[in-house]
Design a protein around this ligand. Structure first.
Ligand SMILES: NC(=O)C1=CN([C@@H]2O[C@H](COP(=O)(O)OP(=O)(O)OC[C@H]3O[C@@H](n4cnc5c(N)ncnc54)[C@H](O)[C@@H]3O)[C@@H](O)[C@H]2O)C=CC1
Ligand SMILES: O=C(O)C(=O)CO
Length: 393
């Protein structure tokens, strides 16, 4: 028998019982639910990562929907428990849903929501921050200063890399990868090489237009190239004798991207390159990465995500050429409140039988605090498999 799990309750007499496995930022998401006759129960348990047993206990005998977190293992056991409790709605408070067995959810008739769009720019900004921090050795320099080691300007002190005019490589040029690419191109006049399964037409058009603008200003234009494989992005540096300085990873995590960056791919990268990962930890073989960092002191990484979160592989914490932050890429107030609202609306929409929003790339109407959200589920990843109707709004 699992221990009872502590909760906080809003609108105790609400007809629909909705659980959130964590407290989430802001109160708009709670209001959106309580205004629609939901009793909201928020888990207040102290431990950061809830076990499957804890969540089964939270679900109990009657539960209409759950908002869960990316740290939780949403598979057969939980979807079966939710379905037995009468629940048909689940939403991750995240755009990534590699922690969710979508087939199991579909089997039990449970919709799986996620929170795209609202975190695109915030996540891209953190990837850009890590690129800069790694290129200019900001964390190392900060530690040096605080340790009282600075005794005067020196020509060789913390010399790093200039980004301007170099090439940025993006693996996974979807929403976040494209936003990151634009920041680096517009901000630092970098050329782009990207690899994705699909053509990033809007991104290509942007780079072409920006290149023309720079040219008309008498400046060197920027260029883009779509690589036919990830290896081509890594190799590009040697081919054009142009330093492919910074490579940022933004694909989803699935079996095609697991350990995409491994011993072999690291060996193909320039010794002075920068690698940034704001996608999911297992996209990089972290053991191989630690070895590579040891052998190549000028190779630098900026990591927001780790293979076995919350842990780092042995040796990583000691590497001066690694900047590490605890999975905070989407951590701006606006974004986190928006993610909470989208997750709540995914669950509410399914409970109410609303259709699914037709364009998950434009979720603005759901995060606008000044007007009521559309009567639709913002983003349901198994909508098609469940035969849910699409919103005409
Ligand atoms: N560190 C953090 O806090 C955050 C991490 N993420 C991660 O970023 C991921 C991407 O998010 P979005 O850009 O919104 O998703 P998206 O779906 O717009 O972009 C993902 C891109 O990856 C591409 N892709 C899929 N398989 C690939 C492969 N084998 N090789 C190369 N590209 C491949 C897809 O075609 C797509 O363009 C999420 O799935 C999530 O795991 C997202 C937000 C915050
Ligand atoms: O949304 C996601 O996928 C995250 O990793 C957290 O924002």
């Amino acid at each position: 028998m699992a221990k009872p799990v502590s909760i906080e309750v809003w609108n105790p007499n609400g007809k629909y019982r909705v659980i959130s496995t964590k407290a989430m930022p802001g109160t708009r998401w709670i209001r959106l639910l309580t205004d629609h006759d939901c009793r909201v129960e928020i888990c207040t348990q102290k431990q950061t990562i809830l076990s499957v047993e804890d969540i089964v206990a939270l679900i109990g005998d009657k539960c209409d929907g759950v908002i869960g977190q990316l740290t939780e293992d949403w598979g057969e056991v939980l979807f079966s428990a939710l379905s037995k409790a009468g629940g048909k709605a689940f939403s991750n408070m995240a755009v990534g849903y590699n922690n969710v067995d979508v087939n199991a959810a579909t089997k039990y008739g449970v919709s799986v929501g996620n929170t795209p769009g609202v975190l695109t720019e915030t996540t891209a900004e953190l990837a850009a921050s890590l690129s800069l921090a790694a290129a200019r050795r900001i964390v190392e320099a900060d530690e040096f200063m605080r340790a009282g080691l600075y005794d005067g300007w020196l020509p060789h002190l913390f010399v790093g890399n200039l980004l301007k005019g170099q090439t940025v490589g993006v693996i996974g040029a979807g929403r976040i990868g494209s936003a990151y690419a634009r920041m680096m191109i517009e901000g630092f006049k970098m050329n782009l090489i990207y690899y994705d399964l699909y053509q990033a037409t809007r991104l290509e058009k942007f780079v072409t237009g920006y290149g023309e603008f720079l040219k008309s200003n008498g400046e060197l234009p920027v260029s883009w190239k779509r690589a036919s494989s990830m290896e081509e992005v890594l190799r590009e540096a040697d081919v054009v004798r142009n330093l492919c300085l910074s490579i940022s990873l933004h694909p989803i995590l699935d079996k095609t991207t697991y350990h995409l960056i491994n011993k072999n791919s690291l060996a193909k990268m320039k010794k002075e390159a920068i690698l940034v990962n704001c996608s999911r930890g297992p996209v990089v073989d972290e053991v191989a990465l630690v070895e590579h960092l040891k052998e190549n002191p000028m190779f630098r990484v900026g990591l927001d995500v780790f293979e076995d979160e919350p842990y780092m592989k042995p040796g990583l914490a000691d590497m001066k050429n690694a900047v590490v932050v605890p999975h905070i890429a989407s951590a701006s107030k606006w974004t986190r409140e928006g993610m909470a609202a989208l997750a709540a609306l995914n669950v509410l929409g399914k409970i109410k039988g609303y259709p699914v929003w037709a364009n998950p790339n434009n979720i603005d109407p759901f995060v606008n605090e000044n007007s009521p959200p559309p009567a639709a589920c913002p983003s349901i990843v198994n909508a098609k498999a469940l035969g849910l109707t699409s919103s005409k709004l």
